[in-house]
Design a protein around this ligand. Structure first.
Ligand code: SAM
Length: 331
């Protein structure tokens, strides 16, 4: 079974935001004072498992748990262990997650035991004070301890950093040397206009074409066809021997190769990160013990997956492209 959208793209990748809550408040992601989804609206872990399993039956090969912070969802390991049956059966190629690392020291061993092989850890700076400023609530040593534990457990790590003008652009070479020195890929990401935050996004926005030009003054970057199923385009960095990825939703829209849809913790399916259109899967899931109604609702939703997003950050566009924060749909 395959899910194919109106533009001929096969949907094989599901990202699931298992909670919109987070123990950090990154300034480009959330306002400090956030209103979260009411707990009564959340899907149970069993319902999340059932929905993910329907997607896997319909052709999803890669599943990423995200959030909010996925590791703060109560009993998350129960869901991960249950989902790993699809790895054992061969139906799923990869079960992975994106995390801020705050809880990794506690969960790394269990994740590896459950068949997770690679994870993404979001880390924008190696300076403890800047880390506290950007995350508002985060503690860098705890995240570094989590990264140590994950590597010790045998998990492959990719570091994701949002490139922010005047905040970490000058530090990217150091972050890259550090990541590559530890055998980790680094991916840099352009900030996207999602949800109201307390800051001015035009002040933060750094086009990665500029960052790349800056890096090329000190490093030799060779384009390579390496792919992980996500939107990053990679280069090999000759001087470090490591890989650097660029995710450029603003300067280079990669929608033509989009293979993804995103499910929230309330069972809402977003067919595009940058559009408001969504489908409710919770009602059809709860309406029947059989999976036919929810399967039909998924087909109907995939049938209206939009061609792409149209994010803009400039001084004339004061409203975000979509009203929801990244923490609702997940990264
Ligand atoms: N809490 C987890 C984490 O920190 O990785 C998962 C969720 S977080 C929303 C996923 C990723 O989205 C993080 O790498 C974060 O830096 C990134 N992110 C959040 N808001 C963003 C924005 N407006 N533009 C670009 N990336 C954003």
């Amino acid at each position: 079974m395959h899910m194919i959208d109106p533009f001929g793209r096969t949907i094989s990748y599901l990202r699931v935001s298992v909670t919109d809550r987070c123990d950090f408040r990154c300034t480009y992601c959330m306002a400090e004072d956030m209103a979260f989804l009411p707990k009564r609206d959340l899907l149970s872990l069993e319902e999340l498992d059932r929905l993910c399993s329907v997607f896997i039956e319909k052709g999803v090969r890669k599943l990423r748990l995200t959030g909010g912070e996925p590791l703060v969802r109560k009993n998350i390991m129960h869901l991960i262990r249950e989902l790993s049956r699809h790895l054992h059966s061969g139906a799923l190629e990869e079960l992975t997650l994106t995390t801020n690392g705050s809880q990794l020291a506690r969960f790394a061993g269990d994740l590896a035991d459950a068949g997770v092989r690679r994870i993404n850890v979001s880390l924008d700076t190696l300076d403890p004070e800047k880390f506290r400023a950007i995350t508002r609530w985060g503690n860098l040593p705890k995240v570094l301890e989590g990264i140590d534990a994950a590597q010790a457990a045998g998990l492959k790590i990719k570091i994701n950093a949002v490139a922010l003008k005047g905040f970490n652009d000058a530090e990217i070479p150091e972050l890259m040397r550090w990541a590559h020195g530890r055998g980790m890929d680094l991916t840099v990401i352009e900030t996207m206009p999602m949800g109201e935050i307390d800051e001015d996004r035009t002040e933060q926005y750094l086009p990665l074409s500029l960052l790349r030009a800056q890096l090329e003054q000190a490093f030799t970057l060779n384009d390579i066809p390496y792919k992980t199923g996500g939107p990053a385009r990679y280069v090999d960095v000759q001087e470090t021997g490591g890989r650097l990825g660029f995710i450029t939703p603003m300067t280079h829209n990669f929608c033509e190769s989009c293979n993804r849809v995103r499910l929230t913790c309330t069972g809402t399916l977003y067919m595009c990160l940058g559009q408001e259109d969504a489908a409710d899967l919770r009602a059809p899931l709860r309406a029947s013990e059989g999976n036919e109604p929810v399967s039909a609702a998924i087909d109907e939703a995939i049938g209206r997956k939009p061609k792409g997003h149209d994010f803009v950050i400039d001084r004339r566009t004061s409203r975000p492209a979509v009203s929801r924060h990244m923490s609702v749909t997940g990264g």
